[in-house]
Design a protein around this ligand. Sequence first.
Ligand SMILES: [Zn+2]
Length: 340
Amino acid sequence: MNYYSPEDFYSVDKYDMHVHYNTHQHQLLEQAKKDNFRLFSINTNVVPDFEPVAKQQEYAAHALQSYPERFDYSTAFTLDNWHSEDWQQQTLDYLKESFNKGAVGVKVWKNIGMELRDKDGSFVMIDDPRFDPILDFIEKNDITLLGHLGEPRNCWLPLEEMAIKNDYDYFSKHPQYHMYLHPEYPSYQEQIDARDRMLDKHPNIRFVGLHLASLEWSVDEVAKRLDKYPNMSVDTAERISHLQYQATTDHQKVYDFFIKYQDRIIYGTDIILDDTQSQDEAVKKAHALWTYHWKFFTGDEMMEAPELKEPFRALHLPREVVDKLYYKNYRKWYPNTKTK
Ligand SMILES: [Zn+2]
């Protein structure tokens, strides 16, 4: 049989390429073992929702020590000293230390483009030349760059026009990032263009565009970038509902996208774990999410999503495509991984 069953979930090797593992408690890693997942934790410079990046790196180092075959992480640098002359050198030193500790990626976040400003008030975008030595250093060390740059296109729409419930929830709780309320900020297109110009300047850097590269609303738009940038792949984190939304009206198109770009799409969820949560509950939720997504990618039935009004059909991807999505693509895009 060329397709996986629901039971195969437990035996097939899988990665979740997008979690934020910010705790010393390891119940989720134990669950990952049972569910045959390896976890990739992404340090992120989110102030103040997350702890400082150096502290996140500590959590990662601890998990790496305890589960060396099941855990990888990506580091991130701060922009706290952006206005100081030492920022570049401090950042290079921090990255070097991170690579020595085992980081296999570096993440840049949407605060570049949407928050960071120069002294004259202008926004600093990711194609700013001051980032070039940092990006060159990442490339030279054969490390993967991860970018969550810009936001879902919904972010520039009024709340009531957002078709996806989780976008509605996020932006109603984070008005500072709801760009419809901030017309003076760079537009959606400016965010995407700055990212593309950064890739034009650094064609050899290995790049993972997180959250479907912020082009979640159209698999055609993602496809255009994958065609243009051969060293780019995307992850699915927190945007699977957008794929399901597109599948409500054009299932074939979403299916064809996964077939055509089967070497370029990596499974990830965006599970966030810290000490403010009940670990038992977080573990239960993670397991439910993982099995639900497995059903969407491997099954053939009609499904519903809490974020959507309309039902959609599961994608029913062939085994070899599922293996790439969940395992092989991770290993290809993170060749330095210590996991097995
Ligand atoms: Zn994330």
